[in-house]
Design a binder for this molecule. Structure first.
Ligand SMILES: Cc1cc2nc3c(=O)[nH]c(=O)nc-3n(C[C@H](O)[C@H](O)[C@H](O)COP(=O)(O)O)c2cc1C
Length: 190
């Protein structure tokens, strides 16, 4: 199995969580990582290069911090530029078909805020439905997301005391997920 990790983080240099996540997955066999903001500092995505990177991957990971209950802008732009007619959908557009999509995200909000009646009203899986629908639309299967809650990295917002330990544990979980054999990944779908 070949995995392509598409990372979108607008401010990786000041990241608390995602820098550690990238350190943790560095060197995992059969995993390629592309950080969009580093590859395209002017914001202009090379769609042909991204499509070429996607083709050999059987699993695609979107790794990102939740930004206004969605992906950061570069990851949205990646979808717009890469998942084009004739490539991902429409006549002849079958190149994403059969691949798996795994979302790995971090959220400033606590797990308890993501529920009906909570501060953020909905579960994260509900808020991720546009991505789930996109995956379905282009013939991909979405795996259950891996979510790290309560890791705010916003000036003025208090940082939980246990954040570093939770980031470290999550990073190991993420690394193990990427290193897991095909059978373990398939089991996630059941
Ligand atoms: C512009 C912006 C929007 C954000 N939107 C959300 C959000 O919708 N939900 C949430 O839980 N956290 C939100 N956050 C908090 C980030 O998700 C959090 O700081 C990030 O996941 C921490 O990862 P890092 O240390 O790698 O930056 C937002 C942060 C920023 C800067």
């Amino acid at each position: 199995m070949s995995t392509l990790v598409i990372v979108s983080h607008p401010h990786l240099a000041t990241s608390r969580a995602h820098r550690h996540l990238l350190d943790a997955i560095g060197g995992v066999r059969s995993v390629a990582v592309r950080h969009l903001e580093a590859l395209y500092p002017d914001g202009r995505i090379d769609a042909a290069a991204e499509q070429a990177a996607v083709l050999p991957a059987t699993r695609i990971v979107f790794q990102f911090p939740f930004n206004w209950f969605s992906t950061p802008p570069m990851l949205k732009a990646w979808q717009d530029e890469v998942l084009t007619v004739g490539f991902a959908y429409g006549p002849g557009g079958t190149r994403m078909y059969g691949k798996r999509l795994q979302l790995v995200l971090t959220a400033g909000g606590a797990r308890d805020s993501y529920r009906a009646g909570g501060h953020n009203l909905f579960q994260v899986t509900d808020l991720l439905r546009p991505l789930e629908t996109t995956a379905h639309f282009v013939g991909m299967t979405m795996l259950p997301p891996l979510v790290l809650y309560h890791v705010p990295n916003v000036p003025g917002i208090p940082v939980p005391a246990d954040v570093d330990a939770r980031v470290a544990a999550f990073a190991l979980q993420y690394r193990d997920l990427l290193a897991a054999p095909e059978a373990a990944i398939a089991a996630l779908q059941r």
